[in-house]
Design a protein around this ligand. Structure first.
Ligand code: ZN
Length: 358
């Protein structure tokens, strides 16, 4: 059950409840300044990629003490972003969005340079709180809770796909201070971008080239080969397989791939969603056992663009960590940052061995 409400500054908040009779009528009592999203995006003329500039994000909440957590439910005298005193899963519009609706301005150029277009960063950014428990994590959710989050991702993917200006929907989670997380409360984010992202453009081009040559989908063929070989498979379930990609770039990296080609989370069946929740929890728990500490990670959902390349897309989750040992970080240095050429000092087969044993 979904209840759509408004926060004090007009942002939308959406409660998702397993109990259809649950009433969500708490009022946001905070005196919030009026919203004035002002993000701009400019296109890099040398690469053709868009860069979003959200200068207002500098003032966002940075590592608040637990008692001031904006993602915990509200308590008497301590209002948070969530007016209710409890919740299951809740989604709200980001207070400091990189992409938003209603940004003034129109397509223009930077200082009259025709090769550098600029435009309002139109889109939408949402925060997803997985649980009201401040000290939990996605990996510690029950199967039913994880399944509820899968449904929320699907719901938001559908909703953002219909939001004006949105061309691609990206569900993701950053976990851990090493990743740059500024709020410890377990949460993820959803971006509705006003363009197809560079990574997706590249994957679509590769899939198109592969299909022209082989008549099949590259990820489908990779999945089949990995499942036959088994060398890099971490979890092989009924509808999903989690494996370390043969050309992994991160010290810990796993792709979680559905056995059926679907463009996005919306298209998954109930059975596939149940199995995804179980498979994902299994992988996340292995992540935390790997170095015997909560592993910082990024979970990135690769979904089809809203309007293009849908038949060339194959939904999958890319899960990776910057930690190459219990206390050593992989830095993106000269080769990675300057040239986008990755150097890895572990083999994907070693990573798969460790994750299977974890
Ligand atoms: Zn909290």
């Amino acid at each position: 059950m979904k209840s759509v409400r408004k926060l004090a500054d007009g942002r939308e908040i959406i409660y998702f409840d397993s109990d259809p009779s649950r009433v969500r009528d708490a009022v946001d009592t905070r005196d919030l300044p009026a919203r004035s999203p002002a993000s701009e995006m400019r296109r890099d003329p040398l690469t053709g990629e868009w860069i979003a500039m959200a200068a207002h994000r500098q003032s966002r909440t940075y590592k608040p003490p637990a008692e001031l957590c904006p993602l915990c439910p509200s308590a008497p005298g301590r209002p948070s972003e969530i007016p209710e005193s409890d919740y299951e899963v809740v989604v709200f519009e980001n207070q400091f969005p990189s992409f938003a609706q209603g940004i003034p301005g129109s397509l223009s150029t930077v200082d009259g340079m025709p090769m550098v277009p600029s435009a309002p960063a139109t889109g939408r950014c949402e925060v997803v709180c997985f649980t009201s428990d401040h000290n939990s994590s996605f990996g510690r959710l029950s199967a039913a809770q994880a399944r509820a989050v899968v449904d929320v991702w699907a719901d938001r993917t559908e909703a953002l796909s219909e939001t004006p200006g949105v061309e691609q929907v990206f569900c993701f989670e950053n976990r851990g201070e090493e990743i740059g997380v500024t709020l410890h409360h377990p949460h993820g984010q959803i971006y509705g971008y006003p363009f197809v992202t560079p990574r997706t453009e590249k994957m679509l081009a590769a899939a198109e080239e592969y299909r022209a040559e082989h008549g099949s989908h590259v990820l489908g063929d990779v999945l089949a080969a990995e499942r036959v070989d088994g060398r890099r498979v971490v979890v092989d379930s009924r509808h999903w397989t989690a494996f370390v990609p043969a050309a992994a770039r991160w010290p810990v990296e796993v792709h979680v791939v559905p056995h059926r080609q679907v463009p996005d989370l919306v298209e998954l069946t109930d059975e596939e969603r149940d199995d995804l929740a179980a498979t994902y929890l299994d992988v996340l728990r292995r992540f935390d056992r790997l170095y015997d500490r909560p592993l910082p990670y990024i979970a990135a959902w690769h979904q089809a663009p809203v309007r293009t390349g849908r038949d060339l897309s194959w939904l999958h989750l890319q899960l990776f960590s910057v930690l190459r040992s219990a206390d050593k970080l992989k830095y993106l240095a000269g080769s990675e940052s300057g040239m986008a050429v990755w150097i890895s000092d572990v083999t994907p087969e070693q990573i798969a061995d460790r994750l299977r044993a974890a």
